[in-house]
Design a protein around this ligand. Sequence first.
Ligand SMILES: NC(=O)c1ccc[n+]([C@@H]2O[C@H](COP(=O)([O-])OP(=O)(O)OC[C@H]3O[C@@H](n4cnc5c(N)ncnc54)[C@H](OP(=O)(O)O)[C@@H]3O)[C@@H](O)[C@H]2O)c1
Length: 262
Amino acid sequence: MQKYILPLALLLIAAAASAAQQTVLITGANRGIGYEFVQQYADKGYRVIATCRNPDKAEELNAFAAEHDNVVVEYLDLQDLDGIDKLAAKYDGQPVDILINNGALMRGGKGQAFGTIDYDAFDTFFHINVRGPLKVTESFWPHLQASDDGAVATLTTSQGRAGIPAPGFAYYKSSKAAIDNLQLDIGRKGKKDGVRVMILMPGRVATHGEKPNDFFTPIDQSVTGMISVIDNHSIDQNGDTFSWNEDPREPATDTVSEASPY
Ligand SMILES: NC(=O)c1ccc[n+]([C@@H]2O[C@H](COP(=O)([O-])OP(=O)(O)OC[C@H]3O[C@@H](n4cnc5c(N)ncnc54)[C@H](OP(=O)(O)O)[C@@H]3O)[C@@H](O)[C@H]2O)c1
């Protein structure tokens, strides 16, 4: 009899650990801030569903997943609405505790001034930055509801609904303002359905090869800060915007000077 006690105890411990393991789903997880979220949540022991639009080309992410059995890489293109539904169906019945709507199109090149709007480019921004995260949130809503403490965090810029005026990047900042605005409705629904909903500003983070300087927040600090905001958020704050450094009013290092996509 005694010989069964140790294996049984180990089995029970493993079952308890697996029951307690939280799941996070991240979009745009192959590089930049999304990839930093992957690494930090993986190190915390979360089960990480790291999604990206080109898994075959996501070399760094795939290498990281190969070394971490709590990380799985999945295809999710924010323009592919059917694909988003398929991924949600694949995880049907499984709780997602945290959804990070991180993936987005930034910048967008020149020629965005009023009078010279490129409407195809404008549509692409709105498809990826507005329709995409909206659809991901809708499709994974049952998974968030299935969690004891589901939370969805959508990344934005200080030039979105927070409205720090900055020249240029019209497609980016107007698309972010639109997705920010939608969080108000989603937040209200979340209060009824028991899902926490927040908007996060990461600060200025050098993800496009910029030389780090005082205006930039180091990527690890920004993401650690945002994870702390997610942990400390309460459902009565649904729909509110928070900077990575936890101050709900202060965009802090989201300081904008010259034309900047931050
Ligand atoms: N960096 C900053 O200073 C800053 C400031 C304010 C807000 N933000 C916000 O923070 C988030 C992450 O920023 P970042 O600096 O890490 O950006 P980034 O380095 O440009 O990375 C963007 C990510 O989004 C993905 N993406 C683009 N189009 C997609 C699509 N159709 N489907 C799925 N994924 C797609 C990209 O994938 P590919 O590799 O396939 O292109 C990439 O993984 C964004 O929402 C951004 O607006 C950033």
